[in-house]
Design a protein around this ligand. Sequence first.
Ligand code: ADP
Ligand code: MG
Length: 394
Amino acid sequence: MNKKTVKDINVANKRVLLRCDLNVPLDENFKITDDTRINGALPTIDYLVEQGAKIVLCSHLGRPKGEVNPKFSLKPVADELKKRSYNIVFASDVIGEDAKAKAAALQNGEILLLENLRFHKEETDNDPEFAKALAEFADVYVNDAFGAAHRAHASTAGVAQYLPAVSGFLLQKELQVLGDMLENPKHPFVAIMGGAKVSDKIPVIKNLMNIADTIIIGGGMAYTFAKALGGKIGKSICEDDKIALALEIIGDAMEKNVRIVLPVDTVATKEFSNDSPAKVFSTRAIDDDYSGMDIGEKTREIFANDLRDAKTVIWNGPMGVFEFDNFAKGTFKIAKTLAELDDCMTIIGGGDSAAAVKKLGYGDKMGHISTGGGASLEFIEGKELPGVAALNDK
Ligand code: ADP
Ligand code: MG
C-alpha cells in the first residue's frame, strides 16, 4: 500500500484522532449483538495505548440523520470497552463543551470516545468547519474505519486536510488483502456472487471478469440471468431492467474465456416464509405461483465442485434467503466448502455472507472476512475510496 500507516509516524505522547467503524448492531435493550467491529478496531487502539498516545476515538452508529437521538448513542460501545479494561471516558457530545473539556483532560494512554458523529449533519455533508473542529482535538489523524472508507465524510475524508493522516491496522489489512486479490491473485480464481439484487453487483462482476477464471452466480440475482436466457422464473425476484446487462455479462464472459456458472435447480415456495411448503424446480422452469428461495441440491454440488481446486475465492452475497433456516442450505454448503479448502485464499466480502459464515462457526476458517460490505464492493469495482485517497502518501 502506498499510503502511510500508523507505524510510519510517531504517535508517542501525541493527541490522536482515531476514526473507527464502531457501528455495531444493538438490540432493543441496547445490548451489542455482534462485537466484530469492536474487535476489529482493537489492534490499532492497543497500539496507540501502548505508545502512550492520547486517543480521541470517533465513529458513527446507525443513521440518526443529522439529529441527536439517544437510540443511536455510542455509549454502549464505551461501556463495552470499559468492561474490557480500557481506560475510557465518554463524551455526551461530538464537538461540544463536554467533548472539549474531556479531551483537554486526557492523559497518555487514555481514550475519549466522542458521541455519534452523525448527530451532526455536517458529518455526512463533509462540512469543512466540522472537519476542522474534529481536527482541533488532535495532532494526527488515524483512519481505521474501512467500513466507512467509501464515504467522503468529514471524519473520513475532510479532516485529513488539516492533520497528518495515516491508516490504522484494520484499514491497512483490508487494502492489502483486497489489493493483492485484484493485482496478484493465485489461480484458479473463483468469484461467488449472490444476494438479492444484480444491480448492486454489476460493476463488481464486470471488474472481476478481468481477473477471475470462474464466476458462480446464485441467490436472488440468478433469476435475472435465468430470465435473460429465456427461462420461466415464476414470481422469483428479478430486475427486468437489468436483463440486457445480464446478457451482456454472459457475452463478455464468453469473449474473455471466463466460466459463468448458474444454478440448474431451485428450491421455491408460494409464500415468502420459512414454513411455506417448498418444491424443487429446474431454475428455468419455475411454476407461475412459486418464487425461488434457495439453490437446489444439484446446484450445491456443482458449485462445490467448481470450488474444489480454487486458490483464490471471493464470496459476496448469500445463495438464498438464508435468514430462514429452511432456505439456508445453499449458503451453508458454500460456507462449509470454503472452510474445508486447503491452501486457498478465501475472502468474504459482504455483510450478509460474513454473518452466514460466522453463524455456522466458520469465521476463523476463512482467509479474510471483510469488515466493510459497501467499501469492499466499491474497492473491488476498482473505485478509489475517498477515505483512502485522503491519507498521506508514503
Ligand atoms: P451481502 O451483504 O453478503 O453482500 P446482499 O446484501 O447483497 O449480501 O444480499 C443479502 C440478501 O439477499 C439476504 O437478505 C437474502 O435474504 C437475499 N436473498 C438471497 N437470495 C434470495 C432470493 N432467492 N430471493 C430473495 N432474496 C434473496
Ligand atoms: Mg447485505
